[in-house]
Design a protein around this ligand. Structure first.
Ligand code: AGP
Length: 597
């Protein structure tokens, strides 16, 4: 995880790094640090917590700096473990994103050095120092040291004696930009977009040097290679809380607009997959993590019912380590808001090595995932700042439903009239989401009643089982309340033992073919004095009479109802977290983008 930002060639390097780190804090925010070069010295400032708006920095003139915002892997979030890490003489500073798997054996090879931190990073500063003392240039030292490191990592390095900024990529993203004299290097284009218009994306084993003569790129053998810059779009303007207390709440309200935008942007005629491939398509494997995995579980129903293609939905982290069987007529759909989730990207690499065709659903243009995929389907959620995903999820659903229709139409399972009707129905979703959001104050009142409960169960069936999982995940993430999602029928196979008057159970009870069964589950909960908060269709007075609270959602065609049943669960988690005084947008221990395995 962690965000890296470095810059050289101008007098505002300190403020540029601080702004860059603020943009990158979604990658981790438990501590931060900066190293500024001035007069052949490095000045390092580090602290715990989020990068402050205006940190106290030394008043020195500097035109070379690197910075870091951290999500701890090795060592607690303390000042000693915060980056940058330096060589013993303080002349070389390093910031790092990722994990160096063999750091312990490398540390053991330096018994004469007394390490100041528990990190896997510090060893890099010492190894660079030894290599430079052995006569290597900093660039050659970095190339040689990097070749000794195993794992996925990105490094930025500066030396107090050299006016150059070095970057190395092995598995973790690095993108650089310049306006001719000034240069910037960051973990993503979002942080870079306020500085320059084009980005140079490093590939694995590439080393970039930024100095007074410009940018120079080298491959793993140290040979100079041509630089290719690509336009990057400015995304910074989306980064404002428009009168809301929290981004998460704002992003929930944005859902209607971004679902609409995602339907508008969909081109029904696009060549998503080549036709011969579609005709032979035997299986779809959906990969993702967390909320993105939940979106995949909803899509499993749509793809199997509409396009009649068998679907497997897999945790990306498990998929990659079980030597999966992949055939040339399998299609992978990889889902990721950030496009930088290490587990998902690593699983996609495995699938690609085995010859799979990959469609990426992603909310971040230019991210690593989009660069690996054969076809990219953007979700047009706009920048999502809240760590708890809301609008990214519903735009993922929007694209997935459209992919199911695209396949069904190509396979002649839906004629163009039926397909038109389904697209038209999808266009009703934004209005329905707006209506579902109107239950806000009612849900706030329910949240007030349940704010002190430390456990909750979420039940749903069919399309709403993944929504139950998503509701439970939202509550866990933002309010630190233990919550579990289950298929409603599974309750009697174990979780029912948990039910007593202290256990709130959120039940999604929609009038579909499982409705009577879900009502029976509600009766079983009530018989054990559990508290039932039901999510049901507006007008379902029978359901209302069977439970302690009912939150009504507007009607939609049955297959589209997950778009609205998820909304009250987002609101419930949000309000409980607000009552519990939690850090809504940056919950403890989390990061927006999980860039380590
Ligand atoms: C969602 O609320 C979570 N923050 C988390 O589960 C997230 O969905 C997961 O880490 C995957 O992220 P991605 O979509 O960026 O790949």
């Amino acid at each position: 995880m962690c965000g890296l930002f470095g810059t050289r060639g101008h007098p505002e390097v300190a403020s540029s790094v601080i702004k860059g780190l603020q943009d990158l804090s979604y990658r981790g925010y438990d501590s931060w640090g900066i190293a500024l070069q001035s007069g052949q010295e490095l000045h390092v400032v580090r602290d715990i917590g989020l990068v402050p708006e205006s940190p106290q920095l030394p008043t020195i003139s500097s035109s070379l700096a690197i910075g870091h915002t951290r999500w701890s892997t090795h060592g607690e979030p303390t000042i000693a473990n915060a980056h940058p890490h330096t060589s013993v003489d303080g002349k070389i500073a390093v910031v790092h994103n990722g994990i160096i798997n063999n750091y312990q054996s490398l540390k053991d090879s330096l018994p004469h050095i007394s390490f100041k931190s528990d990190t896997d990073t510090e060893v890099v500063a010492h190894l660079l120092d030894e290599a430079c003392k052995g006569g290597l240039s900093l660039t050659e030292a970095l190339r040689q040291v990097a070749s000794r490191l195993s794992g996925r990592f990105a490094l930025l390095v500066i030396d107090s004696r050299d006016d150059c900024l070095l970057a190395y990529r092995q598995g973790s993203p690095v993108v650089a930009g310049t306006d001719g004299t000034r240069q910037w290097i960051a973990s993503d284009t979002f942080a870079l977009s306020r500085c320059c218009e084009e980005g140079i994306y490093l590939e694995d084993e590439q080393l970039l040097v930024a100095d007074a003569t410009g940018m120079h790129l080298y491959n793993g053998s140290g040979e100079s290679i041509p630089i290719h810059a690509e336009p990057i779009s400015s995304q910074s303007s989306a980064h404002k809380k428009e009168g809301y207390d929290h981004f998460m709440r704002q992003e929930m309200d944005e859902q209607a607009a971004v679902i609409h935008r995602t339907t508008q942007a969909w081109d029904r005629e696009q060549p998503l997959l080549p036709m011969p491939f579609v005709q032979n398509l035997k299986r779809i494997i959906i990969l993702g993590c967390g909320t993105s995995w939940h979106a995949g579980l909803v899509a499993e129903y749509w793809l199997e019912n509409l396009a009649k293609i068998p679907v497997e939905v897999e945790y990306a982290s498990e998929f990659r380590y079980r030597d999966p069987l992949i055939y040339s007529n399998d299609c992978i759909i990889a889902i990721s808001q950030s496009g930088e989730t290490a587990d998902t990207n690593a699983a996609v690499s495995v699938a690609k090595e085995k010859g799979a065709t990959v469609i990426a659903l992603c909310n971040t243009p230019g991210s690593t995932l989009t660069r690996m995929a054969d076809t990219v389907c953007p979700t047009h959620a706009g920048m999502e700042i809240g760590v708890a995903s809301t609008k990214a999820f519903t735009t993922q659903l929007t694209v997935l439903y459209q992919i199911a229709l695209w396949l069904a139409e190509r396979k002649n399972l839906l004629n163009s009239n039926s397909c038109d009707e389904k697209h038209l129905a999808l266009r009703q979703v934004p209005e329905a989401v707006k209506k579902a959001l109107k239950a806000d104050s009612e849900i706030k009142a329910i949240a007030a009643d349940y704010q002190h409960h430390n456990n909750a169960l979420y039940l749903g069936r069919g399309l709403h089982f993944p929504i139950a999982l998503e509701g439970a995940l939202k509550l866990k993430e933002v309010s630190y309340v233990h919550a579990e999602g289950y298929p409603a029928a599974e309750m009697k196979h174990g979780p029912i033992a948990l039910i007593d008057e202290e256990m709130p159970v959120v039940v999604i009870a929609i009038q579909d073919h499982t409705y009577e069964k879900v009502l029976a589950n509600i009766a079983e909960i009530k018989a054990r004095r559990g508290k039932v908060i039901a999510i049901g269709l507006a007008g379902d007075e029978h359901l209302r009479s069977q439970c302690d609270h009912m939150i009504a959602v507007p009607a939609l065609p049955t297959e589209l109802l997950p778009f609205v049943t998820v909304v009250p669960l987002q609101l419930l988690a949000y309000h409980i977290a607000v009552y519990r005084d939690c850090n809504i947008d940056k919950p403890r221990n989390l990061a927006k983008s999980v860039t380590v395995e």
